[in-house]
Design a protein around this ligand. Structure first.
Ligand code: FDA
Length: 293
């Protein structure tokens, strides 16, 4: 091994050590262990086998197999845990048909095991294709849901259609860097959009997921459901593994349904990068630790 390879392995090793704040581990066993710990705190989970933008069919097949194993393990353990996946991990960049058939295999197995599959939303280049595939699949499988990003201008229309067909929607702000002609850029305006969409979902949606760590949006949601007499069992809060764990526990203890998104696997870098981008304190934490050597 060259000295450059040794150095880059050492950096990758230290980065994974730091990523472990947001990633449950590399294996399904580690992920199940993390889900068990959450379960003991009254928190449910959704497992994400990390991976995206696969360029080879064989990699998409591996992802499908990993999800099928995850579904079996969830079933064996009896844990309240869904799965979340990305269409580019199922081969969307290779072929829409291939992607659909890969996803069908997972939805089929999940339906047999009485489980639920959430399709994460990726960058805006995939929004239309993701929603088209979702609506197509939803006609066949009712145990599949999707995600709407509050920062996109198109989301209000997309959400109306999803509510009309009775789809289960997770609402989040959106994690990708999008251009100003497609997405709201200012945090205040993203929050306003989030509230408008959340209001529709909470009043008319099918068991929506309010996915945020933003204290203002959490408080707004609690007030909204109280004022509109919406029972806590009609929706759930969702947060990411390792982000605001005390708030996760407090919401669960206060009687709200709380589900945590638990990512695991070897393809952790893009996910870790998005978590860093969200918060400058996280970047400083990484830089400080790398410099410590
Ligand atoms: P915001 O970023 O304003 O954070 C509010 C506060 O939360 C911060 O001040 C800090 O205290 C804490 N916090 C937030 N992020 C943190 C971090 N990385 N590290 C430490 N503290 C942090 N996006 C997407 O495009 N497609 C998707 O499918 C999903 N799926 C998804 C599932 C779930 C369960 C969640 C919670 C989020 C997503 N997202 C997503 C990500 C989402 O779009 C968004 O990027 C993040 O949730 C950050 O936005 P917040 O609303 O949490 O607020």
């Amino acid at each position: 091994m060259t000295s450059l390879e040794v150095a880059s392995n050492a950096v990758a090793g230290s980065l994974f050590f730091l990523a472990k704040r947001f990633v449950a581990g590399r294996t399904i066993d580690e992920a199940i262990q993390a889900v068990r710990k959450l379960t003991n705190l009254g928190i449910t989970a959704t497992l994400d086998v990390l991976g995206e933008n696969v360029a080879r069919s064989a990699d998409a097949q591996t992802a499908v197999s990993d999800y099928l194993v995850a579904l079996e393990r969830i079933h064996e353990t009896g844990l309240n845990c869904h799965v979340s996946l990305k269409l580019t991990q199922m081969g969307l960049d290779i072929s829409a048909d291939r992607c659909r058939s890969n996803l069908s295999r997972i939805c089929e197995r999940a339906a047999t095991l009485n489980n639920f599959v959430r399709i994460d939303m990726e960058g805006s280049a995939y929004t239309e294709r993701t929603l088209t595939l979702f609506h197509d699949l939803f006609r066949e499988y009712q145990n599949v849901g999707v995600v709407i990003q509050a920062y996109l201008f198109r989301s209000e229309e997309d959400l109306k259609r999803l509510i009309d067909v009775g789809a289960r929607v997770r609402l989040c702000k959106g994690a990708y860097k999008e251009p100003p002609h497609l997405a709201v850029q200012k945090m205040g305006a993203i929050r306003e959009n989030f509230q408008r969409l959340a209001a529709c979902l909470l009043q008319r949606g099918n068991y929506p997921a309010i996915a945020t760590h933003d204290e203002r949006l959490i408080t707004w949601t609690k007030n909204f459901v109280r004022e509109h007499h919406i029972a806590p069992n009609r929706f759930e809060f969702q947060m990411l593994y390792g982000v605001r764990p005390k708030t996760q526990r407090k919401l669960a203890a206060d009687g709200f349904n709380m589900r945590v998104y638990v990512p695991f696997g070897s393809h952790w870098l893009p996910y870790f990068y998005r978590r860093l981008r969200e918060r400058k304190e996280n970047v400083l934490f990484v830089v400080r630790n790398l410099l410590k050597g």
